[in-house]
Design a protein around this ligand. Structure first.
Ligand code: NAD
Length: 497
């Protein structure tokens, strides 16, 4: 069986403790991932710290050249990377290629780092005094990433962190470890100096060691809300810069004037794509008026029944399995809870033939109607192919419902009214908003982040915010008195005039 090793200073490194990696499409163990011990984590932090000053001293334009080559290598090996993602995560190959494409856009943005790091300059800020500010790297940065985007989420982080002159330690999800290792190999092929990018595998203990290590100056995290909150609290207590993106419950509001065929098609993709295991997945459709709800439910259910559910690596599949047996059981538990609480289970994914005929962790598309705000299927992030329909009587009521939810990652509204779209976008307390766009994931040159319990920290992921997160501003004030000039003693506070 293949072992997935760590990548430290460009070298594969093994450790005795291992964990099984499963193919969720058939429940078989396909690999074993090495788990780091305390000594190895100490080593990797030291190696990253030692590699960083020379990398910081490398001109940004040369750092960008590594990113250009890395982008080309990711494109060269895209099919192989998509297969690794699909084998370990379960999503379809097309979906895996899609996440890789979105990840590569972050590398493209990082290729422009010389422009992004340009500082400000003021000539004659005072008498014969010039002032300039620039961005300097923070040092060693660690990234901790979730299982659901093995390529894209790490690519939100390390290309910009590295391009800005930091060294980086990636701790990927132990459930999908191979993509991170593949990307480390490609960075090495692209000419990145040893020790600037490293991958360590592990679980909670490794993350806690990174939170406590004084030499790790910043932490980027994406994962579930309880872990995001704990990491934010621990990291900031230790004086680190932290951005921690958490879970989500994303609502789509469907207004009576919406094109319902378009809305239904969009909801199918947004609710059931990647088996609902996306932080931007739409898991609640808020329908304004019973007529809208009745028509929408009919259209979604009719289309959802036709989806092809099966191994993501096979041609023609729309939806693969859930990540593991424990998670599937948890999602099944939510279905029972929804029925017990009185929601109407219109489409029960447990009846899909793949659930009983496969050893994989399948659940077919599921739809609950007449869901109420106090039911656990509404309050909690289920992270599966489960769409809940909530019926309300007005746009205002929809906005109040969404604003009362503890998560605020993404949302969208389906309408043909520009006015309604504008009112919604202004009033909604959510970080990313779509108007007739179900998954409003910002382009790489904007930044990504939710509000409320979907993000802990001040700066969002990737885009311009990532330059701010991975650098420190420094302001330099300089004066070069002429040789014949002698300063007089002044005790007053310096002013520009
Ligand atoms: P998770 O929180 O279980 O794990 C995320 C990472 O943290 C992994 O690397 C894991 O090894 C590590 N980890 C797990 N438990 C830990 C603990 N107790 N202490 C320290 N580290 C720990 O999340 P997951 O199941 O891998 O991913 C799914 C979650 O991620 C969902 O909640 C989803 O909404 C969220 N997510 C959010 C975004 C976003 O942008 N907001 C994007 C993708 C995923």
């Amino acid at each position: 069986m293949t072992n997935v090793s760590h990548r430290i200073a460009g070298e594969p490194v093994s450790t005795p403790a291992t964990l099984d990696v499963f193919n969720p499409a058939d429940g078989q163990v396909i690999r074993q991932v090495a788990l780091a011990d305390t000594d190895l984590v100490n080593d990797v932090i030291r190696i990253a710290r030692e590699a960083q000053p020379a990398w910081q001293a490398t001109p940004p334009a040369r750092r960008a050249q590594v990113m250009f080559r890395f982008k080309a290598l990711l494109e060269r090996d895209a099919a192989e990377i998509a297969r690794l993602i699909s084998e370990e995560h379960g999503k379809t190959l097309d979906d895996a290629l899609g996440e890789l494409r979105r990840g590569i856009e972050n590398v493209e943005y990082a290729c422009g780092v010389p422009e992004l790091l340009k500082g400000d300059y003021s000539h004659d800020a005072g008498p014969r005094i010039d002032s300039f500010s620039n961005h300097q790297p923070v040092g060693v940065v660690a990234g901790i990433t979730p299982f659901n985007f093995p390529a894209m989420v790490p690519l939100w982080m390390f290309p910009m962190a590295i391009a800005c002159g930091n060294s980086f330690i990636l701790k990927p999800s132990e459930q999908v470890p191979s993509t991170a290792v593949k990307m480390a190999d490609l960075l090495q092929e692209a000419g990145l100096p040893e020790g600037v990018f490293n991958v360590v595998h592990g679980q909670r203990e490794v993350v806690e060691q990174l939170i406590d290590a004084p030499d790790v100056r910043a932490l980027s995290f994406v994962g579930s809300t309880p872990v995001a909150r704990a990491l934010y609290e621990g990291g900031t207590r230790n004086g680190k810069r932290v951005q921690a993106l958490g879970g989500a419950k994303n609502h789509a509001v469907v207004l009576p004037d919406a094109n319902l065929d378009n809305a239904a098609n969009a909801l199918i993709g947004a609710a059931y794509g990647s088996a609902g295991e996306r932080c931007m997945a739409i898991s609640v459709a808020v329908c304004v008026g019973d007529e809208t709800a009745d028509a929408l439910v009919d259209k979604v259910v009719a289309r959802a029944r036709d989806l092809n559910v099966g191994p993501g690596t096979e041609d023609g599949m729309d939806m693969g399995p859930l990540i593991n047996a424990g998670h599937r059981d948890k999602v099944f538990g939510y279905l029972n809870a929804g029925v017990e609480a009185g929601a109407e289970l219109v489409l029960d994914g447990r009846e899909h033939p793949m659930v009983s005929h496969s050893d994989g962790y399948y659940l077919g598309p599921t739809l609950f109607d007449r869901v109420k705000a106090d039911m656990s299927i509404y309050t909690d992030e289920i992270f599966g192919p489960v769409l809940c329909v909530v019926r309300v009587s007005s746009l205002d009521e929809a906005i109040q419902l969404i604003n009362a939810h503890r998560y605020g990652n993404g949302t969208c509204v389906f309408t043909q009214s520009g006015e309604a779209g504008r009112v919604f976008a202004d009033a909604i307390e959510v970080g990313m908003v779509g108007i007739n766009v179900p998954l409003p994931v910002p382009a790489a040159y904007h930044s990504f982040g939710g509000w409320k319990e979907s993000l802990f920290g001040d700066l969002h992921a990737y885009g311009p915010d990532s330059v701010r997160f991975y650098t420190r501003r420094k302001a330099v004030t300089q004066r070069w008195p002429s040789s014949e000039h002698t300063d007089v003693v002044r005790l007053t506070f310096p002013a520009s005039s």
